[in-house]
Design a protein around this ligand. Structure first.
Ligand code: SAM
Ligand code: SF4
Length: 324
């Protein structure tokens, strides 16, 4: 069991498999992906050993993320490796959806249970302005395909920004009136790279919550392996809404997730000062016990809360680095 000194239990691992991304989201990689050092991301075997170690300690859900995870040619194999690890009940993927339409059948065949797609506008021009890519129509087709393939859990992530898409809140509501997706608004977070942008664009999650409650939305009860969103439903809408509010007072009290970067660094929080190297423990199957002990001792260092309210973003320059 992975449990920290505050009694928080960790059943949920977010695994980044690459930090490379092909989009230029205004709040994340506005100048596109830049890297001048060569490095190797976790291999399929390293991922298999990592996931098996976590699963032995009670992890039941893996979210594959990045960077853009769908840029890896072996994504379907990675999904299959996670899914066939004893103890893993749910494999989820967070993607910008650039090749969703073409690849979703392979991912579902490999065992994908849940899909999160980032869609920061439902207007093609605004989508292009935010991401640098004219991909909205293809992404929406990909979502329909995912649904037709029987994928039950499909969530849409959107970061509302004052200067870009905050005025499109009602577009999203009209959309989920007919479409049974869960739409999650992620409150814009400050990172090392985006301070000015953050100051101009941050929209408080609490203000969205208030609007929803005023319009008759009610809270859904939270499951132990659930993500960080507070979810809401409304009898007149086919879809649900989730709010991810990292600046809210008790956000960290219900933390149930750990992160491993694409280079095998354990991050106890998205905003820690440093990662803990696990790669040395992933080189052979015989190292599983050592990996388990490393995970257990590392957890002692998990802090009660991030310090985002004070503007302390740790080493996180942008979320593509560690995996949002
Ligand atoms: N490339 C994939 C995608 O965009 O879905 C996966 C990685 S991305 C870092 C994961 C999520 O983090 C996306 O939903 C994105 O909108 C969100 N994100 C990135 N930077 C953020 C920030 N500064 N504040 C809030 N959410 C952010
Ligand atoms: Fe890429 Fe995702 Fe960051 Fe957008 S949010 S730049 S898609 S990693």
């Amino acid at each position: 069991m992975l449990q920290d000194k505050l009694g928080r239990q960790f059943h949920y691992l977010r695994l980044s498999i690459t930090d490379v991304c092909n989009f230029k989201c205004t709040y994340c990689l506005p100048d596109g992906y830049q890297c001048d050092t060569s490095r190797e991301f976790l291999s399929l075997d390293e991922i298999r050993r990592l996931v098996a170690g976590f699963a032995k300690l009670g992890t039941s859900k893996i979210r594959i993320t990045g960077g853009e995870p769908a840029l890896r040619k072996d994504l379907a194999d990675i999904i299959a490796v996670c899914k066939t690890t004893p103890g893993i009940k749910q494999v989820a993927l967070t993607t910008n959806g650039f090749n969703l339409e073409k690849q979703i059948n392979h991912w579902v065949d490999a065992g994908l249970d849940a899909l999160n797609v980032s869609i920061d506008s439902l207007q093609p021009e605004a989508f292009k302005l935010i991401t640098g890519h004219d991909k909205l129509v293809s992404i929406l087709n990909g979502l329909e395909k995912a649904k037709a393939l029987g994928l039950n859990s499909i969530k849409i992530n959107s970061v509302l920004m004052r200067q870009y898409n905050a005025s499109q809140f009602n577009d999203y509501l009209s959309w989920i009136k007919q479409h049974a997706y869960t739409l999650r608004f992620i409150e814009l977070m400050q990172t090392g790279d985006n301070l000015q942008f953050f100051n101009k664009n941050h929209v408080s999650g609490e203000s969205l919550k208030q609007q929803l409650v005023e319009q008759g939305w009610s809270s859904v009860i939270r499951d132990k392996a659930a993500g960080p969103a507070q979810e809401f439903y409304h009898p007149d809408y086919a879809g649900k809404i989730g709010l991810i509010m990292p600046y809210s007072k008790d956000f960290c009290a219900s933390c149930n997730r750990l992160r491993v970067s694409s280079l095998g660094q354990l991050h106890l929080c998205l905003f820690t000062e440093q990662g803990i190297d696990l790669r040395a423990f992933l080189q052979s199957d015989q190292q599983q016990q050592a990996l388990i002990e490393k995970l257990q001792t590392s957890l002692a260092e998990k802090t009660p809360s991030h310090l985002l309210q004070q503007g302390k973003t740790g080493i996180t320059q942008h979320l593509a680095m560690i995996g949002g």
